[in-house]
Design a protein around this ligand. Sequence first.
Ligand code: CS2
Length: 464
Amino acid sequence: MTDTHDFTSLPRLNRAEHGRAAAPVRIIHLGIGNFTRAHQAWYTEHAPDTAQWGIAGFTGRSRRMVDKLAPQDNVYTLITSAPEGDSFEVISSISSMHEGGDMAALHKYFADPNVSIVTSTVTEAGYKRNAHGDLDVNDTDVSEDLAKLRNDVNVSELATVPARIVAGLEARRAANAGAITILPCDNLAGNGAAFRRVVEQAIEAVDPTLLEWTRDNVAWATSMVDRITPATTDAELQTVAQDEGWYDVAPVRTEPFLEWVIRGDFPKGRPAWDKAGAVITDDVEPYEQRKLWMLNGSHSTLAYVGPLFGHESVAEAIADPQLRAWVNEWWDLAGSYLSVSSDDYRAKLLERFSNPRIHHHLFQIATDGSQKLPVRIVPVAKHALADGRDITAPARAVAAWIVFLRRFGNTEAKDVNLDEVRKLAVNDDVTPAVSYLDKDLGANATFTNKVSELVNELSSATAA
Ligand code: CS2
């Protein structure tokens, strides 16, 4: 056992001693964070041909992860936490790390014919979609990026993901580097089609001739991803120091469960992810929907309700009988609209949420509710309204989001559109906030009345 107070003096984790040699980069990943480091990087690590498939990770905006991983040659410790204990392994599949806006690196990899796949975890907000699912050209970052690209496709600074991909594809075409697969790994049903739509609209706005090239050279894949992976705290650094005897500034803790269901063509190959347990199928939608509604929908419900009742983590919130009953009510309704069975899935979710070694902060999940609720909760609400069924469960999630914003809007709440939604949420009339999530729901009095009733109920039940 190492003294927990001086773990920084231990030898630094490094590739030469603790990991594998870096594989040649053949995958570009946009938006690298803890999730990808526990998920795609794990599948790549465990594919039998891992020595041929390195990942170039691009962060969202900040350099933080680049700087943390550089002194340890981009390897890190993955802590897999089962209720009965932790296990540790070093993941070596990230070969290089770059700041999200490093266009020189992005051009270089896109122009490399050996690079075959682009994956993304850029969050719902990163797609820059408007309410109709089109590229939001009214977003200042989007319009500025498009103007820059129209002026010079080799521009060195771009803020948005669709624009960065346009620049990358221009570089690939110029280098005659051939086909490439774009495989989104974000929590959106039909993420392939959604991503394709915004990227193609950006291409059209910049250079329609590129659109023809992409039709022949870009394969759009789609996927459902799943592994609960909280943010890293000092506790993980300490656990790794104690168990492994090295200093790792960027370990990741995750649960034993993981799932990846992929549909798509890979004209230039892919790692044998299937040999590591990924499912390659033509039928990904039912799994995407089940995961998004059952797991992410209940996560979001807990994320807004939980803090109102003083809970910090998912495990604490799901142990509260009242909150668990509300989650079950949501699962009953959402599950009834799935084309695949959800009984075993629910039982497994309860186990996963209750894992006492995974401290998944509700505030982390609560981030970006303005983007998450429309894909996780709204579709189920619409189905239920159309069928004249009880809409309490989805209305509760929306009501909790409103009360949450009222209570934490000036403190812990985070959202890409925080200023706007905070203002809407404090309005006595809930309609503008509901309309922000979905115009039709905002115009439906049955729904807004229910939300209003539940806002009052939750506010008085949890009054400070
Ligand atoms: C969570 C997800 O933060 C969130 O919004 O609901 O990150 C969730 O943990 C993953 O999708 C699990 O696969």
